[in-house]
Design a protein around this ligand. Structure first.
Ligand SMILES: Nc1ncnc2c1ncn2[C@@H]1O[C@H](COP(=O)(O)OP(=O)(O)OP(=O)(O)O)[C@@H](O)[C@H]1O
Length: 278
């Protein structure tokens, strides 16, 4: 079942088509990365899904309660972190500020004024406030920006948790490693249109990186088997558009020593390829 459906969505600002006939769907229980160059229409789409901006044409619908974090958190600089979460809990008619602070690992800043919180802390507080609403669908605009590695890891855990409990997440991001580590699907947009969509595994498997001290022999064996293989620096071979099982079999039969077989860097390569082409 789809928790989010965007169909033929368009939004014009005068002569600018911010979103231009965009369609995609996000199945319930998944974390979907929303990728695209600056100005591709991601924030506009999220704002329409939030009900903050009206579409020019098409539809954008979420099933169930929607909450999330866009660019502005609406916090008052003179209030404390606890005050803001208590306010959010009252607005939602549910949740507890201290429990939310503990869950987000933010107990230490409970009495700190928002104006004295770092950018990253403020982002984490905004996510904690959004989760207080117990939303079915969580919409996040660049949630990874400004987070330190511990906070990034915590964010990943929170989002995976939300999906495992049947919730759905759509998050825009330019941090592709983080998207690869967190999301199970992606939608890529450019100039307001969809240029790729699908499960991350399937998209990433299209570019496999092999590291081997026998890279030269390996390259020969892969090519002999009709695979699209190229070298990428010393000891590294990239195979494009191949089934991972088939690559594994060729590696085994070649008897080359393998140090690594991964899809690392694949999302970036895929992203650059498809957004440049469009
Ligand atoms: N309120 C507005 N008035 C006029 N133009 C706008 C408005 N909001 C967005 N745009 C334009 O619409 C296009 C899409 O912007 P949007 O912010 O949705 O892109 P984005 O993909 O979120 O970009 P980024 O990655 O930089 O955040 C851009 O050309 C932008 O300048």
């Amino acid at each position: 079942m789809d928790a989010l459906v965007v169909e033929d969505l368009s939004k014009r600002y005068g002569p600018t088509a911010a979103v231009d006939g965009l369609s995609f769907a996000v199945p319930k229980g998944s974390v979907c990365g929303f990728l695209g160059p600056n100005g591709a229409g991601k924030t506009t789409t999220l704002r329409i899904l939030f009900g903050l901006t009206r579409a020019t044409a098409g539809r954008a619908e979420a099933v169930g309660r929607v909450s999330g974090v866009l660019d502005r958190d609406g916090f008052h600089p003179a209030r404390t972190a606890r005050d803001e979460l208590a306010l959010a809990a009252r607005r939602n008619g549910k949740g507890d500020a201290d429990a939310a602070l503990a869950k987000a690992g933010l107990e230490a800043v409970a009495d700190r004024k928002i104006g004295a919180c770092s950018f990253g802390t403020r982002r984490r507080l905004a996510l904690a406030a959004a989760l207080l609403a117990e939303p079915e669908v969580l919409l996040l605009d660049e949630p990874a920006t400004g987070l330190d590695p511990h906070a990034l890891r915590a964010l990943r855990g929170q989002l995976r948790d939300h999906a495992e409990r049947g919730g759905t997440v759509l998050l825009s991001s330019h941090v592709l490693d983080e998207v690869a580590a967190t999301c199970d699907r992606v939608v890529v947009v450019a100039q307001g249109r969809r240029v790729a969509e699908g499960p991350l595994d399937a998209l990433l498997a299209q570019r496999i990186r092999l590291r081997s001290p026998d890279a030269h022999e390996l390259l020969g064996a892969l090519k002999q088997n009709g695979l699209d293989a190229t070298t990428d620096g010393p000891g590294t071979v990239i195979v494009s558009g191949a089934d991972p099982d088939q690559v594994g079999r060729v590696v085994r039969d070649s008897r080359a020593i393998l140090h690594e077989m991964s899809t690392q860097g694949a999302l970036e390569a895929l992203y650059v390829g498809i957004t440049e082409a469009s």
